[in-house]
Design a protein. Sequence first.
Length: 176
Amino acid sequence: MDGKKDVFYMQKALRQAQIALKKNEVPVGAVIVNKDGQVIGRGYNKVEKLKCQTGHAEIIAIKKACKKLKDWRLEDCWIYVTLEPCLMCLGLIKLSRIKGLVFGSCSNEFGFGYKNIKVCNFYKKNLIIKQGLKEVESIKLLKNFFKKLRLNRKVKGEAEKTVLRKGRKEIVTKKS
Ligand SMILES: [Zn+2]
């Protein structure tokens, strides 16, 4: 995989993250590419929709790729994720025998701990890991999401206040 190809596939992962953003999910996207350069699995974060933490973008993309290949072994495949995978997803990536992982920004809070390289080698097979591709775009999407979330809360808060005010008004009206 050369740099240009990596950028190409990461853009596809970012497109998935944008879909998540539109659906009010934390914007994380993933794609799986086989050795011929064909995208065999796509996924975006669906934790809110599925009401379950198994709705991570990587899990959805891996499930689709396995279904397509009719095999749980994703040898010679690469996964592109916009954000550093969590420990659960890294475990799945390794167990699925994926050859390489390319991810955008690090996640200090939820990531598997890329900066601690020892964690990366906890299974027999080594996984090639590249970090930092389209990092700015990935972070921008996340920032947009949290900004939107704060804004929604504010609007909701104001709506609640209005309802409360109306309620009070009604009580006052009834009394008089
Ligand atoms: Zn995960």
